[in-house]
Design a protein around this ligand. Structure first.
Ligand code: UD1
Ligand code: CA
Length: 454
């Protein structure tokens, strides 16, 4: 079976961004432009993706270095999109299908990629290009058709005559080619045009010249066409993507009280009957269950939240919160916090690298870091687990099931509080407390009677 490979063109300067950062490393909300493109290729089941890098290539290579099945290929001089695609020539087999996408087209969905490829295969075309009909074609390349409605050629705006300029069907910068025909066309490209560049947009002309049909596939969802050349287009793409994501969640049964002030990234999953209040950001690959109340003003990053959880005005990063928990207001759940069912983490409580058992309460002004806290534990106001010793080493605190830690206590790790034990308020605990015990570690009170009368 013919293999499909992808070439992502990402070597250009991105001059119009006016930035020190390569264009494809700019972010749409919380994810880089290049990652949207590469992830869509991956979701479309394309195994090998070749990213053409050039301008500030080290930064792009560094960004992509841990991604599977992605190979960066250097285009030393940026001589145009055709010249960029040509750099991947040695990786293309004759019977491959080659999907090519401009690296600055992040809104193209995996569904569109799949549709374009099957359109190309089923129509037995030498290649196919994705097009859109838009009101203001601006600087985009025009799709010029012949009197039968077939593709004649793609003409860049700067090379258009007046009639061509009026055409409002545009080239999105997304193509599929038969491997051999693409390779054969590379040798025929020239830079005899207004920008003195080797255009990929000339390849359809050469493929047709070799006696093949070249298909034009009109995009199903017009909102995907937006490319990014400037900060303004970046903001348009961001708004488009956020809006689409919000609608998807609402269609799935999630209430967004004020969609415009609710920011959800593409890969987030949310269960039905969850209600999201304004000012909330949900990012990364967060999964939220059903019947939760999230927000107002909460920020959740790459975390897993169960069902019936309330998160009020809090930040949660790379953590797990199980069913029926109540987080906040003003809680800070830092990475590697595993919080079991029915736990309350209240106002100004911070957790980090902890395991917290069922029904435990850490209601206010508490820091628990590097700790294993059991079930049915209650930690009163103002307590901390002091994890760092004088050598800057971190140690764990263990608080076993049913223990109670009185207010304003410091537990100096490594230390263990036994099952059902009580730590008296204001204690600084440096030694382990056995099960079923009471530990008090504070100065005895001195009361000087009638002291002020003297
Ligand atoms: C290109 C198309 C245009 C289309 C538009 C859609 C050409 C000649 N024109 O124009 O028909 O309507 O996209 O957005 O292809 N790149 C390289 N190396 C280079 C030059 C560019 O890797 O030498 C990369 C860029 O980083 C970018 C992509 O190719 O990601 C497209 O280049 P860009 O200069 O943005 O092309 P457009 O002018 O937008
Ligand atoms: Ca572009």
């Amino acid at each position: 079976m013919a293999k499909v490979k992808a070439i992502v063109l990402a070597g250009g300067k991105g001059t119009r961004m006016k930035s020190e950062l390569p264009k494809v490393l700019h972010k749409i909300y919380d994810k880089c432009i290049i990652d949207y493109v590469c992830d869509a290729c991956k979701e479309a089941k394309i195994k090998d993706t070749y990213v053409i890098v050039g301008h500030k290539h080290e930064m792009v290579e560094e960004h992509l270095k841990n991604k599977k099945n992605i190979k960066c290929i250097l285009q030393k001089d940026q001589l145009g999109t055709g010249h960029a695609a040509m750099q991947a020539k040695d990786y293309i087999e004759d019977d491959d299908y080659v999907f090519v996408i401009n690296g600055d087209q992040p809104l193209i969905s995996s569904q569109t990629i799949k549709s374009l490829i099957s359109f190309c295969k089923q129509g037995n075309y030498g290649g196919a290009v994705l097009s859109a009909i838009i009101d203001h074609p601006g600087s985009l390349g025009r799709i010029i058709r012949d009197s039968f409605g077939n593709l004649n050629r793609i003409v860049e705006r700067k090379d258009c005559n007046e009639e061509e300029e009026r055409v409002n069907e545009i080239n999105i910068g997304v193509y599929c080619f038969k491997g051999k025909l693409l390779k054969d066309s590379f040798g025929k490209l020239d830079d005899n045009n207004a920008q003195n560049e080797y255009y990929i947009t000339d390849i359809p002309y050469h493929i047709k010249d070799m006696g093949y049909n070249f298909g034009v596939y009109a995009i199903a969802d017009i909102s995907e066409y937006q490319g990014i050349n400037s900060r303004e287009e970046l903001s348009i793409a961001t708004a488009t993507l956020l809006d689409k994501t919000r609608k998807q969640h609402m269609n799935n049964g999630v209430t967004l009280i004020d969609p415009s002030s609710t920011y959800i990234s593409l890969n987030v999953k949310i269960g039905k009957d969850t209600i999201i209040y304004p000012g909330t950001h949900i990012q990364g690959d967060t999964v939220i269950g059903e019947n939760c109340i999230i927000g107002p003003n909460s920020h959740i990053i790459s975390s897993k939240i169960g069902n019936n959880v309330v998160v009020e005005t809090s930040k949660i990063t790379e953590s797990t919160i199980m069913d029926n928990c109540k987080i906040g207001p003003f809680a800070h759940i830092r990475p590697k916090s595993n919080i079991n069912e029915n736990v309350k983490v209240g106002s100004f409580a911070e957790t980090k690298n902890v395991n917290i058992g069922e029904n435990t309460k850490i209601p206010h002004l508490i820091y628990t870091g590097d700790a294993d806290i059991g079930k049915n534990v209650e930690i009163a106001c103002g307590c901390i687990t002091a994890n760092m010793n004088t050598k800057w080493e971190k140690n764990r605190t263990v608080i076993k099931d049913g223990a109670f830690v009185g207010c304003n206590s410091a537990l100096l790790a490594p230390v263990t509080i036994g099952e059902n034990s009580i730590v008296g308020a204001g204690s600084t605990i440096t030694e382990d407390v056995p099960d079923n015990s009471l530990a008090i570690a504070r100065e005895k009170q001195i009361t000087k009677k009638d002291y002020l009368k003297k």
